[in-house]
Design a protein around this ligand. Structure first.
Ligand code: PXG
Length: 448
């Protein structure tokens, strides 16, 4: 079968066989496949003709909607001019200007940017930089990394080790990097159910870091990594004051603070980065996804200037950091990023996300009281609806809600018992409200 041949319904079982799909119920999917044929703006079209509103901006990654003409044009132009350029011992101009631009957008113009191809690679890169930095400074005992329960930092060996989602870890126990500990997650339904934005309860949980420091000693700890807002686990919003206090404790003990901004970076909270929203500056920031609207894989790490400087020792003809990927700063990804940032700037889309955030908050919380809804959370242009599980069948309720929502023209994301939404920044108020009404109908159509 050529790549262009459409799947014929009669042949599906055979033709769907080979692709082992990521993070997917493969057998369930292949029995009733959902095939996306095209996308434009805030909508996907399935091969059966159904048009679906893209409630999660792809996988949190396409805030401009799909196939924005300026991004398409930039990538087309780039592929004809310079389709690939090696980044080892050579460079291309767009990568340098993009790094400068990202550091400026982060409000840290002196900082450096290391490019990778995904959030997972960004996390593993940041962990390597953190451990190597201390070693460069003669503090080689600082190797331990602290993550957080329910955290998601991708699927690399470093990322699953510092991550805190049990399903992503339990099958690979022997592959975890040693010397990792975890802060407790901050979710307590009894104290914060149906909170709007940041919960009032829970700042005391950050003091657990002091307990871990007392246990391991600060001299063994390289870094703490957290998502400013935990996305994948179902939009867990940090308690008021939590991140500021986390910064204080890290600074006090000489521990680097890494913000994993793969979801919160580039506008999701209505500010350039989550760091801006919370007014807390990390030492290292990971990003991916929205940096180039996910048109071509791209991620990176923003690194404080003096951390970078710690590597700039030894003879100048020698490599300073033995790390990188064939596709680091791939020209197509870089071109897509410049075009994406141009559009965000010209169309004021980060401000647009900030304007839509209260619309989403107001609409989403009207779902309180709908069938099976046990919690609703939101921050910026992101939200989650948590459902009561069906006894003995964990996860099935959310699948049913997801399928009902498809019938309402809404492609929400489901994971565990949670529906997540993070609509494109280009969405209209009517589309955000319509999305919530679609979810309402989907919930009302659930079996009792
Ligand atoms: N860090 C964070 C905070 C993430 O959210 C990654 C790292 C890994 O990125 P890559 O590019 O390696 O996948 C992520 C990814 C969801 C969902 O539905 C979230 C992610 C990916 C896919 C689905 O919440 N986050």
């Amino acid at each position: 079968m050529s790549a262009a041949t459409p799947l014929h319904p009669d042949h599906r079982a055979a033709e769907l066989r080979a692709w082992w799909m990521p993070f997917t119920h493969n057998r369930y999917f292949k029995a009733a496949p959902r095939i996306i044929a095209s996308a434009k703006g805030a909508y996907f079209t399935l091969d059966d003709g159904r048009r679906l509103f893209d409630c999660l901006s792809g996988l949190w990654c396409s805030p401009l909607g799909h196939s924005h003409p300026r991004v398409v044009e930039a990538v087309q132009r780039q592929v004809e001019t310079l389709d690939f350029a090696p980044s080892f011992q050579m460079g291309h101009e767009g990568a340098f200007t993009l790094a400068t631009r990202i550091a400026a957008l982060a409000g840290r113009p002196d900082d450096r940017v290391f490019f990778v191809n995904s959030g997972s690679e960004a996390v593993d890169t940041a962990l390597k930089i953190a451990v190597a930095y201390h070693r460069q400074r003669g503090d080689a005992a600082r190797t331990r990394i602290i993550g957080r329960e329910r955290g998601y930092h991708g699927v690399g060996m470093g990322g699953i080790s510092v991550g805190g989602m049990v399903a992503n870890r339990k099958m690979f126990a022997s592959l975890m990097i040693p010397g990792v500990d975890h802060l407790p997650h901050t979710y307590n339904p009894a104290e914060m159910r149906f909170s709007k934005g940041q919960p009032d309860w829970g700042v005391h949980l950050v003091e657990e870091l002091e307990r871990l420091v007392a246990l391991h000693d600060a001299s063994t700890i390289a870094a703490v990594i957290v998502e400013p807002m935990q996305g994948s686990t179902g939009v867990l919003v940090p308690p008021k004051g939590y991140l500021k206090r986390l910064r204080e404790i890290c600074t006090k003990h000489g521990i680097l603070l890494i913000f994993d901004e793969v979801i919160t970076g580039f506008g999701r909270l209505g500010t350039p980065f989550g760091a801006d929203y919370f007014d807390v500056q990390p030492d290292l920031t990971t990003f991916a996804k929205a940096v180039n609207n996910a048109t071509v894989p791209l991620g990176g790490v923003i690194v404080r200037d003096d951390i970078h400087q710690a590597f700039m020792t030894g003879p100048e003809h020698m490599i300073e950091f033995f790390h990188g990927y064939t596709y680091s700063a791939h020209p197509l990804a870089v071109a897509a990023a410049h075009a994406t940032l141009d559009v965000m700037q010209d169309e004021k889309l980060i401000a647009r996300a900030a304007e839509l955030a209260p619309v989403l908050e107001r609409a989403l919380h009207t779902l309180q009281g709908e069938p099976h809804v046990i919690d609703i959370r939101n921050l910026g242009l992101a939200g989650a609806v948590e459902l009561a599980p069906i006894a003995g069948k964990p996860g099935l309720r959310a699948i049913q809600a997801f399928e009902n929502a498809l019938n309402q023209g809404q492609m929400v994301r489901f994971s565990g018992e949670i529906l997540a939404v993070a609509p494109p920044f280009i969405s209209t108020v009517a589309e955000v409200e319509g999305m919530v009404e679609g979810i309402r109908r989907a919930l009302r159509a659930l079996p009792a």
